[in-house]
Structures are given as C-alpha cells and as structure tokens.
Design a protein around this ligand. Sequence first.
Ligand SMILES: [Zn+2]
Length: 463
Amino acid sequence: MRLSSWSRPSHAVWRIGLAAIGFVGCDTIETPGAEHSNSARPAVLTYEEFRASAYQEPDTGVFIVDGDTLVEDEAGLREIYQDYLEDQQSTSADGLGTKRAPLIVNTVGGADDRWAYIRQRSIPYCVSTTFGSNYNAVVSAMHQAAAAWHQVNVYLQHRSDQDGNCNASNNNVIFDVRPVSGQPYLARAFFPNNTRVNRNVLIDASSFGNIAPYTLPGILRHELGHTIGFRHEHTRPESRACFEDNNWRALTGYDAASVMHYPQCNGTNRGDLNLTASDIGGANSLYGPLGEPGVDTVFYVNNYSDLRAAFGNNWTAARDHWLNYGINEGRRGSADFDAAYYLSIHPDLVAAYGANNYAAAYKHWLPYGLNEGRRSSREFDVRYYLNANPDLKAAYGNNYAAALNHWLSEGLYEGRRASADFDVAYYLSTHADLQAAFGATNYPAALDHWIFYGRAEGRRGAP
Ligand SMILES: [Zn+2]
C-alpha cells in the first residue's frame, strides 16, 4: 500500500501525522523521491508554500508542523524553513534527508531542551474535566503513558485537584491536558522550552474513535516523549519534500521502531506506540539512570556542583566516582543511604570496621543491613516506612528490599513519610518559599533541600 497523500494539495500534507492511521501497516512505503523517480528530488518549497503546508491552530495561532509538533510563532517557522532549505541543498540524491537518526533531543540555541534536575522528578499536569465522558479514559491513558516514561528518570504527576480549572493559565501545573475537535491531528504536545500558555497536550475527539493499531495510551506515550524534549525519530517528514531542521542532538543509534518514529515514515513499528529499549537507553543518557539502593547518580551529580562540572551527563563515571572516592569523602550518594549516619547509629559496625570506614559500611548495608531492617539514613528508615504505611506493610511484610524499592520508585514521589525525623509532605507544606520554588508536590526537590540546606538552617523537618 502506498501513502496516497503525497499527491494531495499541500494544505493537506500535514494531516498524515498521527492521524494517518489508515496508512499504517504497509510493507512498502513510498518515499518522496520515489514519487518521481529513483533519483529525482522533490521541488523545493517557497516559504509561502512551506507556510501553507503547516497547520495553524485557529484558537491559539501556533503552527503545527510534522504532524503534531508545535512552533510558537512565525519567527520560529521561518527558522525551521531556513533549516529546511539548507537540508534541501545537502540532501542526497535518494530524496531522503541525511540526518535520519536515533532518539534525539530537541535543542535550543545549541543546548539540550530538557527539564532541569529540580523539575524532571516532578512534572505536574492536570486533565480537564471538560473531557466529560472521556475524562476517565484520558486520566487512565495519561497514567499509563507517564508510567512508561517513569522507566527513565522523569516523573509526570497528575494533579487531580487542578482538573476543574485545567487551562493554559493554570500555573499550579507545568502543562494542561485538554480536549479539542476538528483538528488535523490526533494529539499534539510541546517541548520543555515552550512558554506555559503553549504547554498543552491537546487531544482531538478523533482519538476516541477506532485508531487501531494505536491506543490512546500509545498516542500519549508518543506525545509525552515530546513534553520531555524528544523529537521525532524520523527526521524525514511526511511532506512532499524532505522537511527537517538541525536543532537536535542524537542520543542513541537509529531506531526505526522508536515510540517517537511515525510508522508511516519508514518506521518498522506496526503495532501500538511503545518505548523501545533504545528509547529508554537514550532517555536515560539525557536524564540519568534511575536510583538504585544507596546510589542515586543523578542526585549525586546534581547536588555537588564540582561533580556536575566534572561529569556532566557521564553517569557511569559519576557513579564510579562515588564508589571509589565520594563515599570515602563522606559525600551523600543517595537519600536512602548515609554511610556516616549508618555507622553513627550502629555501634557494632563501628567496632567491626572503624568509625570512618564508609566503604565497609556500604558493603555491609547491601546485602546485610538492609535485609536486617537497619535504618540507613536520617531520611529513610525502612522499618518506620513499613509501619507508617499499612498498605505497604500488607504488601511487603518484612521484605525490606522491596519496601526500599517502593520508596525509590513511587513512595517518595507520592510524598510518603519514611522516617521519624523527616516528613517530606510536612516539610514542603510548612515552607512557603520551598513551595514557591519547587511546586506544591515536588517532594524529591524538597527532600534534597532538607538534606543539603534545610536541616543545617534549622528548619523543622517533621511535626
Ligand atoms: Zn509527534
């Protein structure tokens, strides 16, 4: 089956983004160049033709290009057109762009367009109640899509208390999820650098019809990839010409099955839009690996400015630094394990290893101390955590390793209390300056603040 839309009038070109369900599933997909001959190039568009091929949302005035990608204004569109022209001049004779590449992050002014550390672990959103009978389906689909991206070190958090006032001017959330109808896309999103008013995930009514082989969670997995900075995996667009700009940086090897790759653009994905191992690896290289017991490399790098300068995104080297040097220097490698504190409350270990043998303390905690239920930091006490959370006690019993994993992956993000000395929800709710700086539900940032600043400032950490 061919993509029939290449011969459509230009104003319809952009319609085949994620709306092109009917065109998916072809064994062979025609390329723009092949429309004419194996070596012919498509005609180069004038700016007026190029602009006409972009879709301008009537309500917001923003341009939507490449199916579902937002460009905030005319100046932005002109920049993309310049890149398109340059790309046309360098395009190889097969009519395909030369920049087909892997999971790629958007760049602005040469810098990665990503959420900063303080934000990546708490990106609150609302889901408008104006979805009406589709509201529950959207809430569920967003949860599923957010959970997929939580496999990497970002956390998109539903603020259901904002759903009744979920619009583009609600500053209690980072973005809003709202319904639209009659649009040429199934859904569209934004990039981290966009201004609040344009940070929306808009879901067209057509998304609630038959969109097989896609599902609404699949569509949203793709859209949420944009919201954390990822560009389309296919850089050859679904236009007659080779649409592409150069404002991105490659994170992985080319992955035709990426969740960010439209199937109809020579993608190999014929099912729903799911994250591939390459997507997860690429995203991890940008946002850093998930924390593991005792070692949270992203926490480590971002809370010590000398390490941030030295290691940047070299997560493996940073992790090795903690294991080989940082731990001996008494640096905190995570919130859940504090070697100095661990020794200070367990005299038997001091007797065995000495008062400053932090590396030995870590080697004791994993695998022995944790499984014995020993407290491992001022902020995390595994027995307290289980006893304070009856649902976890019922689920895990005395499986302390499972309890720790719950806190690392979910409990902290939910604001659950994990020690007698520190209650993260209390700490954030009683310090207005921290709420203003981080957001009312940014528990990971509040925890870091307490560890590195708040406690030393004499701030109260628990009721
Ligand atoms: Zn997209």
